[in-house]
Design a protein around this ligand. Structure first.
Ligand code: SAH
Length: 259
């Protein structure tokens, strides 16, 4: 039987091509006591092939939430972990599958958690990976590192189950307690938009062309793991900065008009 903690954990499959993999993932989840599947713009779903591969996990498929964008699938989550079959250009905080299971299990006691899986041919884009708090890599054969999508879901779902057992046995590692919930993904995305807009108004960023700066700022804030209170203070700072720029610009303009 699934418990409320399992229910706070969702697996998100992005742009899946083969419906068989969706069915395989549903089965992998149910075997491990998980049930929440989100599908971001799947190429073919619903599909018979998904039903066949799901076998006894058809209920997980029937309850799967289909959305158009990744943001819709993870917006209300306090922790987002992205999977990657290979290293990326800008390194991100990385956990192994065991640490991923433990952290996911721990945090799911307080808030919703998402683990995201990528496309069969290309994985997750950098932009998608940069929305994640952590990346997880299954340490596979370096010469052939990419697992089948449903197999990768199985490995990480198994680790969540192992963490749930470790907790019952009092063997889950200790995590830091915090007095405030973390800012969820939606709040962070709104913050990054506000930050970019402010930095453009200040002339620090070229409008519409943040290059790698926003990525590095995302990584910086991500390392800190902003809580809800800290994020609202920072939003206030940005609003005050924009007001200051507005009034300064206005004063300059009024002075020019008088000249
Ligand atoms: N060719 C793609 C691999 C995609 S495999 C690439 O280079 O990124 C499809 C998905 O399965 C990946 O996006 C990831 O979610 C998962 N996956 C496969 N192998 C993995 C591994 N070794 N570690 C973590 N996730 C993996």
């Amino acid at each position: 039987m699934s418990t409320p903690i399992f229910d706070n954990i969702r697996v998100v499959l992005v742009n899946t091509s083969h419906p068989g993999n969706i069915g395989g993932a549903a089965r992998a989840l149910k075997n491990m006591g998980l049930s929440r599947l989100y599908l971001v713009a799947p190429k073919e779903f619903p599909a018979d092939k998904a039903v066949w591969r799901a076998a006894g996990a058809q209920d997980v498929l029937e309850q799967a939430v289909v959305v158009d964008t990744l943001d819709e699938a993870i917006g209300d989550c306090g922790l987002v972990v992205g999977t990657s079959a290979r290293g990326r250009r800008i390194p991100w905080p990385l956990v192994n599958p065991r640490e991923c299971g433990e952290r996911v299990w721990h945090e799911a006691q307080q808030h919703d958690v998402a683990v995201i899986f990528g496309r069969e041919d290309r994985g997750l884009t950098n932009e998608e990976l940069h929305k994640c708090n952590y990346h997880v890599h299954i340490p596979s054969n370096e010469e052939y590192s990419s697992l089948n999508l449903a197999a990768a879901v199985q490995v990480l779902a198994y680790e969540v189950r192992m963490a749930s057992i470790a907790e019952k046995e009092g063997k889950l590692p200790k995590f830091e307690d915090w007095d405030m919930p973390p800012a969820n993904r939606d709040a962070q995305e709104r913050y990054f938009e506000h930050l970019q807009e402010t930095l453009e108004k200040l002339g620090f960023l070229e409008p519409g062309n943040p290059r790698q700066t926003m990525t590095r700022l995302r990584r910086l804030y991500n390392r800190v793991r902003l809580d809800q209170m800290e994020l609202s203070i920072l939003r206030g700072v940005l609003t005050a900065t924009q007001n200051y720029i507005f009034h300064t610009d206005k004063k300059l303009k009024d002075a020019e008009d008088r000249d």
